[in-house]
Ligand binder design. Structure first.
Ligand code: UDP
Length: 234
């Protein structure tokens, strides 16, 4: 049984059915799903992505420097974190937002011991602004925060029920992996479920990753409890 988990929620998921921005209905639903996890006594840290607004690699150019574009992407994760914090609290889940670079007026700076104290008290900690450094993604941030906060597993939320050997949306013959080694997840070029740098770091530190479908009711709790849903990379 996991004691503490880190859930990675991408910006795309927070946009729900919309092309960008935040889907309020999805956030409401997500908050209730997360409440099931904290109610079960499992501590929850969340890393939010920002791809529903800006991905640095796509946005750079035409005068916008790459580093600036990446910082803009990190700012987008702060927007998402602010929204999710409020919706969680509205649903009775005490939550604190911490950011990797200071945005003092709206969030606490990330302070490890403070984050641990929040988790101990049963509060959800949302880690926003990624790693605070450009040129990487929030997948890497997820693994780093999970390690720093002593989480047992990274739960990588997706819209499919695990890792496939090809894109299941394009290839109906695609085969789903029950489990997968870090090595294969890194080396197989068809596996694009998560940033390879993030998987590499998880491998080095022996931190398991569970890729699962967040949209099914009860799935976050199942994944958090280690119920064997999705694909485990270990
Ligand atoms: N980003 C960054 N450093 C980080 C995390 C994120 O520069 O540590 C930037 C990067 O440009 C990224 C964007 O923020 O594309 C949004 O994050 P991400 O793409 O990981 O969001 P997701 O795809 O999970 O929604």
């Amino acid at each position: 049984m996991n004691k503490r988990v880190l859930i990675k929620v991408s910006g795309e998921q927070l946009a729900g059915k919309q092309e960008n921005g935040l889907d309020r209905d999805f956030m409401e639903w997500l908050s209730k799903e997360i409440k099931k996890v904290t109610s079960a006594g499992i501590e929850v840290a969340i890393v939010v992505g920002g791809g529903n607004y800006i991905r640095g690699a796509d946005f750079a150019g035409d005068g916008i420097e790459a580093a600036t574009a990446h910082y803009m992407g990190m700012m987008a994760t702060v927007i998402n974190g602010m929204g999710l914090t409020d919706v969680l609290e509205h649903n009775g889940v005490p939550t604190r937002l911490q950011t990797s670079f200071e945005v003092k007026s709206v969030a606490e700076p990330f302070i490890r011991r403070r984050a641990l104290r929040h988790l101990d008290k049963g509060r959800v900690v949302i880690c926003a602004a990624g790693t605070g450094r450009p040129f990487v993604t929030t997948d890497s941030a997820s693994v780093l925060f999970a390690l720093e906060l002593g989480c047992d597993v990274v739960l990588k939320a997706t819209n499919v029920d695990g890792v496939y050997d090809d894109d299941p949306a394009k290839n109906d013959q695609a085969k789903r992996f029950e489990s997968l080694s870090f090595q294969e997840a890194i080396e197989n070029p068809k596996i694009k479920v998560m940033d390879k740098a993030a998987i590499g770091l998880a491998m080095e530190q022996k931190l398991p990753i569970v890729v699962f479908d967040i949209r099914q009711e009860g799935n976050i709790l199942k994944a958090a409890q280690g119920d064997g849903i999705g694909t485990k990379i270990s």
